[in-house]
Design a protein around this ligand. Sequence first.
Ligand code: MN
Length: 554
Amino acid sequence: MSQPTLIFGHRNPDADAICSALAYADLKRRTQSDAFQAARCGNSNARIDAILDHFGVGLPPFIGDVTPRLREAMSSDLVTVPPHATCAEALGLIERNDIQVVPVVEEGNRLQGQISIFQLGRYFVPSLGRAKEMRRVDTSIGSIVGALRAQVLHVENPDRIEELHVRVGAMDIRSFDRFTEKEYIHPEKSVIVVGDRRDIQERSIQMGIRLLVVTGGLEVEEKVVKRAQDEGVSLIVSPYDSATTAWTIRAATRVSKVLTETPVEFSPEETVADVQRRTATMGPAVFMVTTDEGRLVGIFTRRDLLRPSSTRIILVDHNELSQAVPGAEEVEIVEVVDHHRLGDLRTTDPILFINRPVGSTCTIVADLYRQAGLKPSREMAGVMMGGLVSDTLNLRSPTSTPLDEEILEWLEELSGVTGSELAEIIFSSGSVVGRNEPDEVIGLDRKLYEEGDFRFAISQVEEIGFGEFWKRADDLILALERSREEERLDFVALMVTDIKEQDSLLLVNGSDRIIQAISYPALDEGEVYRLNGVVSRKKQLLPFITGILRDGPG
Ligand SMILES: [Mn+2]
């Protein structure tokens, strides 16, 4: 089964990011297929937990990175041979599977080497300058019997691996003797392939050669068999003619004797992009993928690396790559459902892109249920309410629209909970500032933006009253500055919103150009400002900052 399409909210997910991913996956499963799965690329927080716990829904699984890895690009459908296999077996696999290279593995798939069609070619193609070598075989008589499917008349020590030299006894007996003398091959290492030439059969046995192979499936005289047994000469009958038999014996050489190529090994966890870089200038056409323990798990060619990743993702509650799960730019983004400004996203194919200026992504997803003529379950209605109520501060934020109001009413009916009850559950789940370390407060709901070369981040926390904030303001300012230095940003801000009073405080650090342009009253010049009536980062604060960047102060 192909992997499911993953539905992700943004990094540092808030309730709307998590809840809209869960609900959109549920809607997709109901309207299309099971192949959709909600995911998250960041940690949960107390508010998200409060919503999900209340409706008995589990958190989506954490997937922190979707960068394509070698394990997805490689082929794990492996055709291998053990080191004791014969070249004939390796060649058979190469031919049957239409491949170029066969990995040679020991017990437990431990990679020992690889054998390629080119290597086998060099081994088998005759070279007149190395005539003697061309007839050498490193194998056992048992393997020769197997390769030839020979009839055994007598064999000794069939499993012993030994160096043998093959000769065809096709000449006159006198020439045969002369050749034998000239080549100095010890009879114990000689394999002689012969047809029904009784004189050469007998001379071979008399010389005490290691193996006599009678070809063409010919009958061997009883007397000859008896002599072979007496002299301890192995004697078999090949069904093939002499030329085929000689070649097949040679092909009974064990692959371990031919191995010369050292495989280039890669880890399944390397990214496809890294592997592409590493292999760009490498000679071999086929590469091996092994675990740290040296176990072979896959094989790939450069072409496998060019196939587009099979990972498909849907972005909800964001549409900018800087806010998306790491690796998003290298996989296929198939849909976007969002309620933020348009960012930098580019795709190669047309995609479904839903962006509506409403209070929450959950509002859009709920509306999609309505359009499909479907009622969400009590749990899903509650989950969507969670995103809607927390993003619109229960409709009190300036980002909320008549549609949010209408959808909230519909979801209240389905979930059996009112917006204010849920708001109470969400926002009383504790002071974010009081419960977390300053660095965590900055990171919980933080968005990164790029305007040309200008890179900045705005974090936001919602509190009931500013009491906890003032206790920790100094530490928060230091944490904010650290975060800017660590990420080399031009400007950072933390917006602390009092959801009861509908006001915010803004902590700033970085770019003087922006800070000097802030026209809100300063509580602490250059560091803390009071944003009267401002509660929306997206609709109120962000346009203010991008306005300064584009037009300059004024
Ligand atoms: Mn949202």
